[in-house]
Design a protein around this ligand. Structure first.
Ligand code: IPM
Ligand code: MN
Length: 350
């Protein structure tokens, strides 16, 4: 297994360090040969070579079987509207260059952590769905984008081609088939031309998946239903910007951002990352929750290598750590453990 490791910024290196410990241990236990190749991305790459996703990092990713990525972002760029390059551009460039058109974010709950959810536990218990967010089209990449000469008009363009919609909708149906066989297309077809095309194409493709129930939901309604009745979703598919917003909303349902992994898949090497950001306030303090990064390794085994047993080993070890109370401070009001202690405990439970 050849893995590109991109720790990135902020708490990225700390959580990825724990994830790599878990990765190494599972490979030893299961007899897989592991090769790690490290690369820079984000603010640390700008500091090093002026490019948030340098060519040498891209090469490492292209030559790997999977990419394990931490987080991107640094506060020194947040308050500088004139910064020429921003760490986030590295992320967009990486997604585009690797052709990662589908971002897959599973949302589930842990019984012992239900009390952490901002929603009532009777609503949240048993919620288990997957958001599939389109990642390389829409408003994020549409041209033209810019400002008029006098600066008083600004514009972004939402563009989708049939091919872009077809491939992600098909992928989402395949996920739904392996789960509870329900697919929800989230759009704004009462207003947007792109959404009307998404709906039309989804209707066409639904004919090939008669065993899957298809539901169409406007994004405003979806945002509401996600907190009113999160259990009503199985697989949700949506365009880039709606997905960006809805996946943040979805991430709090389980009680902690620190628990959710994600996969981005597409044309080239798949990428696995915790959904949380670089959390610069916590960087270097050994307090960040490494669980989402560790669970990203589980998703990597399952998605990129079809090694379900390895994934399950990691999930079980994480659940054991949670139920034994060996968790970082974001998950408990009682005694908490450091990033490295939590990682070591998970390793010991494998
Ligand atoms: C995410 C992030 C990114 C996005 C930013 C950092 C560019 O919010 O992965 O959801 O908007 O896609
Ligand atoms: Mn986001």
């Amino acid at each position: 297994m050849k893995i590109a490791v991109l720790p990135g910024d902020g708490i990225g290196p700390e959580v990825i360090n724990e994830a790599v410990k878990v990765l190494k241990r599972v490979c030893t236990l299961k007899g897989h040969k592991l090769e790690l190749e490290y690369g820079v991305v984000g603010a640390c790459a700008i500091d090093e070579c002026g490019d948030p996703y340098p060519e040498k990092t891209h090469k490492i990713c292209m030559e790997a079987d999977a990419v394990l990525f931490g987080a991107i972002g640094h506060p020194k760029y947040d308050n500088d509207p004139n910064a020429k390059v921003r760490p986030e551009q590295g992320l967009l460039k990486m997604r585009k260059s690797l052709g990662l058109y589908a971002n897959i974010r599973p949302v589930n709950t842990y019984k012992s952590l239900l009390y952490k959810s901002p929603l009532r536990s009777d609503l949240v218990e048993g919620a288990d769905f997957v958001c599939v967010r389109e990642l390389t089209g829409g408003l994020y990449f549409g041209k033209p984008q810019g400002r008029s000469e006098d600066g008083n008009t600004a514009y972004d363009t939402c563009v989708y081609t049939r091919e872009e919609v077809e491939r992600i909708v098909k992928l989402s149906y395949l996920y739904a088939q392996k789960r509870r066989k329900k697919l929800t297309l989230v759009d704004k077809a009462n207003i947007l031309a792109t959404s009307r095309m998404w709906r039309q194409i989804t209707k066409e493709i639904s004919a090939d998946f008669p065993d899957v129930e298809t539901e169409y939901l406007y994004v405003d309604n979806a945002a509401m239903r996600m907190i009113q009745n999160p259990r009503s979703f199985d697989v949700m598919v949506t365009e880039n910007m709606f997905g960006d917003i809805l996946t943040d909303e979805a991430s709090v349902i389980s009680g902690s951002m620190g628990l959710l992994p994600s996969a981005s898949v597409g044309l080239h090497t798949s990428l696995f990352e915790p959904i949380h950001g670089s959390y610069p306030q916590a960087a270097g303090k050994n307090i960040a929750n490494p669980m989402a990064a560790i669970l990203s390794v589980a998703m990597m085994f399952e998605t990129a290598f079809d090694m379900m047993e390895e994934g399950k080993m990691i999930r079980d070890a994480v659940e054991k750590a949670i139920s034994d109370g060996i968790v970082t401070e974001d998950l408990t009001t009682e005694k908490s453990y450091s990033t490295t202690e939590v990682g070591d405990y998970v390793v010991s439970q494998l």
